[in-house]
Design a protein around this ligand. Structure first.
Ligand code: F6R
Length: 243
């Protein structure tokens, strides 16, 4: 079932999202959080760090699994998702060493890496709360539009539109990685709770299409219409095409 939290703006969206995440941690201190990178969740991570510093949220028993990582960017590269997560969240809270997990985009054998990541998520008992952003083309994680819904972790060729959107973080278009490794749609759908954050007018058309259009692998996020517990936390601008 879909719940929509309509928020005033990005700050309000971030606070409400952090509230949902911290409620999850309070209800189940040893929960498994599925985490996303990108611009949309940054404010929520900042809010969680703030609450952690005030003693209001405790990550000591939490485990995390991230959605995705670029192929070929070492951890120290400030555009790697490993770097992003440490910089925006992990380094500032009491998440124990070894409790955070990302797929390794530098692995020599990517097939083995994908199998390792799926086995790891299974061994943690699956994801309790999966945080998602949404791409302009409807991607979640880096599951790009295609002719089926991929089940497990896999390597993807990024769509032209995604490369364009990600270019803002790199010195030039040539430096944007062309491939990534992502959790599959099957794993995302198996999460017990999904929270998708969307902000800004540029996301309005895809928010409408994904949640109110036909369910199709050409709009990967549309599969979330079939998930039993999805909360869309979006600001007025992102919801401007939804009545
Ligand atoms: C990031 C991810 C992507 C982003 C999406 C939206 O881990 O999985 O699906 O959530 O590209 O990115 P932003 O939030 O930057 O608009």
């Amino acid at each position: 079932m879909l719940k929509i939290l309509r928020t005033k703006d990005y700050a309000d969206m971030s606070r409400k999202t952090a509230n949902l995440i911290s409620a999850q941690i309070i209800l189940k201190p040893d929960c498994v959080l599925g985490l996303a990178t990108g611009s949309s969740p940054v404010g929520a991570y900042m809010q969680l760090v703030d609450w952690y510093k005030k003693g209001d949220v405790d990550f000591s028993r939490v485990r995390t699994v991230n959605l995705d990582e670029y192929l070929g960017l070492p951890r120290e590269n400030d555009q790697s998702y490993y770097y992003f997560m440490h910089h925006n969240l992990f380094d500032h809270v009491n998440l124990p060493e070894g409790a955070s997990n990302l797929p390794n985009g530098m692995a020599e054998d990517m097939n083995a890496e994908c199998a390792r990541y799926d086995a790891l998520i299974r061994s943690l008992g699956g994801v309790d709360l999966q945080l998602l952003g949404i791409g302009h083309d409807g991607h979640i994680g880096f599951n790009e539009p295609c002719d089926h819904f991929p089940t497990g972790t896999h390597v993807v060729d990024l769509a032209e539109r995604t490369i364009e959107a990600n270019q803002r973080f790199f010195a030039s278009r040539d430096e944007v990685p062309r491939k990534a490794v992502t959790m599959g749609i099957g794993t995302i759908m198996a999460a017990r709770k999904v929270v998708l954050v969307a902000s800004g007018a540029e996301k309005a058309p895809i928010v409408k299409e994904a949640f109110f259009g036909p369910v199709t692998p050409q709009v990967p996020a549309s599969i979330l219409q079939m998930h039993p517990d999805v909360t869309l936390v979006a600001d007025e601008a992102a919801l401007s095409l939804v009545k």
